[in-house]
Design a protein around this ligand. Structure first.
Ligand code: F6P
Length: 534
């Protein structure tokens, strides 16, 4: 069964939203708060330990209603069912999209339980020191070798769940830049390091090159047999993995129905499991599973991923907002945005609809951001006084992990203050009335228009479970938007051309002959060759 294919711009709700937008576009957000000072009551949702306040967006009850109609008209309900039932909704690759099956407690796919058991036993033997390296020393360091979804998820989660981690040091090698692997190797003792090669396809240039370089380095110290003790892999491609020299018993399988950018929940999360232990990993899965069932069962008007997706469509397709900032007020979440950039932009950066036709409306948003409060001292100036409309998601926690109360009070007061400043701004009159008088000439520069939209996600505490919920929340938001925009969210053909061209150029560089490119590219390659062959 194919996903429904409905051009969103041809729906009745879209037409109504367009007229509604015309009425609302020049109204200020502040005036909506004046009109209904309690609008937060209508536009917030408490679900378990997650509180979403979406009242600071230019929406009214009518807007929300029309957006919900859009979700109905684009057949979102059916699409959700199809995804969870394992229909091949990734049609351009002929695959199901079932990363959600990895976190369910139901035994839908028996192989999942077998791989989970293998991860549990293996990780426990490494963490406890029972499994040892080739000189009989326990492991101290883990190196995850992978890129894209085989790197960003585990790297983000190891960082995010640092508070829960054990004694093992976890490193990540991803870039084809040889300086990256060289810097990591500098820190390692081959006798006590375990290498986890993660590649769904086991054909990715970066990962294979880094793994080869590391293997070569390792063989200066250990012999071929030691490889079996120090190298494991996560892949769907058993043949290529064994060809590389990793013993079949050291392979943790994954499946083609798990997309790379949604694979943290599979054996791709092995380095995370090694870092925080299996029971914490199970908590992460549990959190995601709870969000999955919320997404599947909650009515759209009380459904967190649906609400976030609809507000984003409202900004993207009606207000013309090109980007969305995500600002977590937690240093632990410093890698959340790069992770979400792949999830969002590789999924919804598409311009052909599900009928094979070019779209004539906007699709995937540009995602960016950095943790607060650091980012307040970097790019917030533009959010407050620049010329662009940039909706922001603020993510914060009621309680810190180390219990530094005063720090947390200061952090969160910044968090609340930013959402307020973006909404309310400050008028010329208010500046004149301030206790400290302003030089007349400077007054215009001190005015903040405000009227800038934001969502606030206030979560009890950063735990493996709440992280699982948060990640699944954004995953489902991506899905809802892809359905509404009538695109395929689970392929990534757009990354292929560059890979192919790089292969051709590498051959040219190696043979020192530049063939037919555009004049700019040929010129640049020649400049590189001139330096490197001198
Ligand atoms: O280049 C894009 C991509 O295919 C991503 O989707 C994927 O996460 C990454 O490369 C790595 O792929 P693999 O796990 O097969 O090495």
């Amino acid at each position: 069964m194919a996903l429904p294919s409905i051009n969103p711009t041809k729906t009745k709700s879209w037409e109504k939203l367009q007229s509604h937008y015309k009425l609302l576009q020049n109204r200020s957000l502040q005036s909506l708060f004046v009109e209904n000072p309690n609008r937060v009551n209508a536009f917030h949702l408490q679900w378990e330990d997650f509180l979403l306040d979406y009242s600071k967006n230019k929406i009214t009850e009518e807007t929300f209603q029309l957006l919900l109609e859009l979700a109905e008209e684009t057949d979102l309900k059916k699409a959700i069912q199809m995804q969870f039932q394992g229909e091949k909704i990734n049609e351009t690759e002929g695959r199901a999209v079932l990363h959600t099956a990895l976190r369910t407690t139901e035994n839908i796919i028996p192989e999942i339980a077998a791989v989970k058991n293998k991860i549990k036993t293996f990780s426990e033997s490494i963490i406890s020191g029972e499994k040892k390296g080739f000189t009989n020393l326990p492991f101290t360091d883990i190196v995850n070798i992978g890129i894209g979804g085989s790197d960003l998820g585990p790297a983000m989660a190891v960082e995010a769940l640092q508070f829960y981690k054990n004694h093992l040091n976890v490193h990540f090698v991803s870039n084809i830049d040889g300086d990256h692997v060289a810097e990591i190797l500098k820190k390692l003792n081959p006798e006590t390091t375990l290498f986890v090669v993660v590649s769904k396809t086991f054909t990715t240039q970066e990962t294979l090159s880094n793994a080869e370089t590391i293997k070569k380095w390792f063989l200066q110290f250990g012999n071929q047999e030691a490889i079996a003790q120090h190298f494991v892999a996560v892949s769907t491609n058993i043949e290529k993995t064994t060809e590389f020299g990793i013993h079949e018993t050291n392979i943790f399988p994954m499946w083609d129905w798990v997309g790379g950018r949604f694979s943290l929940w599979s054996a791709v999360g092995l380095s995370l499991v090694l870092s925080i232990g299996y029971s914490n990993f199970e908590q992460l899965l549990l959190g995601a599973q709870k969000m999955d069932s919320h997404f599947q069962t909650a009515k759209f008007h009380e459904n967190l991923p649906v609400i976030l997706a609809l507000i984003s469509v409202w900004h993207n397709n009606f207000f013309g907002a090109e980007t969305e900032a995500i600002i977590p007020y937690s240093q632990y979440l410093q890698k959340l945005v790069p992770y979400l950039q792949q999830a969002v932009m590789e999924s919804n950066g598409k311009s052909v609809d599900r009928n094979g036709n070019p779209v004539d409306y906007q699709t995937g948003t540009i995602i960016w951001g950095e943790p607060g409060s650091n980012s307040q001292h970097a790019f917030f100036q533009l959010l407050h006084q620049g010329t662009k409309l940039i909706p922001v998601d603020f993510i914060g926690f009621k309680q810190s992990l180390h219990g530094e109360l005063l720090h947390h009070q200061k952090l969160m007061s910044n968090f609340f203050a930013q959402t307020e400043a973006l909404l309310m701004g400050i008028s010329e009159e208010a500046i004149r009335n301030q206790a400290t008088s302003s030089n007349e000439k400077v007054i215009p520069y001190k005015v903040f228009e405000g009227n800038k939209p934001s969502n606030t996600l206030l979560i009890d505490q950063l735990t493996p479970e709440s992280l699982g919920k948060l990640l699944a929340l954004y995953e489902h938001k991506i899905f809802v938007q892809g359905i509404i925009w009538n695109i395929y969210s689970y392929d990534q053909w757009g990354v292929e051309l560059g890979k192919k061209l790089a292969t051709t150029i590498l051959d040219e560089i190696k043979s020192n002959t530049v063939s037919s490119h555009d004049s700019s590219t040929s010129f640049l390659i020649q400049q590189f060759l001139d330096t490197n062959t001198r």
